[in-house]
Every structure is written in C-alpha cells, then in structure tokens.
Design a binder for this molecule. Sequence first.
Ligand code: 13P
Ligand code: SF4
Length: 345
Amino acid sequence: NEDELRQLIQRAKDTLGDQLFIPGHHYQKDEVIEFADARGDSLELAQKSASTTAKHIVFCGVHFMAETADILTDHDQHVYLPDMRAGCSMADMANINQTEVAWDQLTQLVKGTMIPITYVNSTAAIKAFVGKHGGATITSSNAKDMMKWAFERKEKILFLPDQHLGRNTAYNLGIPLEEMAVWDPILETLNYEGDLDDLKVILWKGHCSVHENFTVPNVYEVRAKHPNMNIIVHPECKREVVALSDDSGSTRHIIETIENSPAGSEWAIGTEMNLVKRLIKENPDQHIISLNPHMCPCLTMNRIDLPHLAWCLDSLKNGEPVNPITVSDQISNDATRALNRMLIK
Ligand code: 13P
Ligand code: SF4
C-alpha cells in the first residue's frame, strides 16, 4: 500500500543520504514531488544536475531529461529513470537519421548560412548533431535569448523538434510567419511558398501532444464564461492559441506569474495537468482553472509514480540498481558542446 511505499522510499533516502539526488520536473505527480530534492523546469533541472556531486541521480521526469543529466555529470555519477517507459512523444518525433537527411537536403536547398538549434526535448544523438554543427540546445525559458544568439552567428535556423515553440519564439523576435517554413521529416519536404532568400526559420514538424490539446475553441469558451479571466499558456501551444491568450511563457514563467498575482486573480492555464492542479492547490486565494476543462496530463511523465520510485530507490539501496541511463562518450562529448553553449551563456 501507499504508506509502505512511502516508508520504503524514505528508508532508501535516509540510507543513501547525500549520495542520492532526486530532481523532479514540475509536471510530475504530487506523490513524486513529495520526495524530490529539487523541483524545477527543464532548464533548472539541467543546471542542478550539472552541479550536484551526488553519486546517484534518480530523475523524476522523462527520458531526455535523464539523458541530459547523464551528459552533464561525471563518469562516477549514475543516472536512473524510475520507469523506462517515461519518454516524450515530442522528442520521439525527430530521430538522428531524419535529422541528417534534413540537414543534407536543406543545406543544398537553402541559400545562406544555417545553424541547427534543438529544444532540450530531443534525444542525446540530436543534441550531439547540433553540437557538432555549431548549434545549441534551448529550453522554453531561454528560447528567445538562444534564438537571438543563433541569429548572431548564421542567417537561418533549423529548429528541432517543436514547431510551435520555434514559431512562437521567432514571432516574438519579430520574424514574420511568412519567413518561416516547416520541414516534414516523413515526406522529406519543405513546406514553403515564399522566396528561399527570405526564409529565416525552418521548423521541424513536431509538437507536444499535451499542449496541442489547448485549442482556439477552449479560449473562446473561457472568454464567454469568465470575462475577467486571464489566459496564460505554454509556448508549446499552437500559434493561434498563444496569439489569443493574454500571456505565454515557460513553465517557470507561468509559475512565477501565478505566484506574484494578487488574491482574487483569475487564471485559465494552458499547460500540463499536474502543474495546473498544484497551482490551484497552492494558490487558494485565486480562481484558477485549466484552459481545457478536461485537463491535460502528460501520460509519459505520469508513468513515474510511487511504486516505480520505490522500486528504483530500493534497488539502489540494495546495491543492484535498475534502469540506468547511459549516454555513450562520443555522443556525450558532442552533446555537451550544445548544452554548454546554453548553460554558459
Ligand atoms: P519546460 O520545463 O522547459 O517548461 O518544458 C516543458 C515540457 O514540456 C517539459 O517536457
Ligand atoms: Fe514531452 Fe509534451 Fe510530455 Fe513535455 S509535456 S514531456 S513535451 S509530451
């Protein structure tokens, strides 16, 4: 039962002490966050993983985050993912073969210089590809700065794998939608009708299956039912939804905005369900709802739960660890270049 699982987790934490570090992403369930040593968005957790000296890092998030932690830590530190099925459907929308094909074709097709940048929500192999080609990783909380950084170096950007974050960020930098195109990795085609000379940003045709559930009809419904309500969404939402909202920004921006709002504020939030529920619970003096009334869970994030966390920690305590996440040295070296360009900046 749950009490026994909690005791098992606590015992493992007590035994391992500062040999253990448990980062927990804001989209994790409360029952997991309860045991996290650090709570954060993907940038904060990457930074904290890079600076921890703990020997064992049990990553409560999704696979690409655990890979990033492994890349950023020393050889004698080990990263584990409590459930190997905790992937990310967006990260799965770009693989390294498709990326190589796209780069080869686009560098021939597109005039001018081009730099690849990738959302951290991508495989280690793609981060390594980007690192090798002079590019960087980004997260939703530094996307604008990193896109500016890229434009200081090259004329055009190939942005992987989330078309919505790429489009919303470029738009915020003043790039018109007509100067953006979408690369379809399945059909290996560039969807663009303008003059290739004008093209600035090539967006990979990927998306987040959670944030795509926040729709224009959801916005109209909230406006009709709650005329005083402010709408804030994550930039993984579609451009039309972001355009109709009052504010948009990373997980960190959403949390800070709600925490700094006065009592009585009204918010409809377009992001993952566990975070929205937590914000509702932690800010009882505000009226907060999910922009989509059905709530939108990230099913893969939710795979990390009390039983998996207990199983993983118990295996560590017994000296027979399960679910290690190991990135090869070769990939790690190149990926570090891409990650460092973001972390050191
Ligand atoms: P951030 O933590 O960077 O806001 O990303 C949201 C997300 O989708 C994590 O997978
Ligand atoms: Fe991936 Fe979206 Fe889940 Fe984040 S919320 S882990 S981007 S599927």
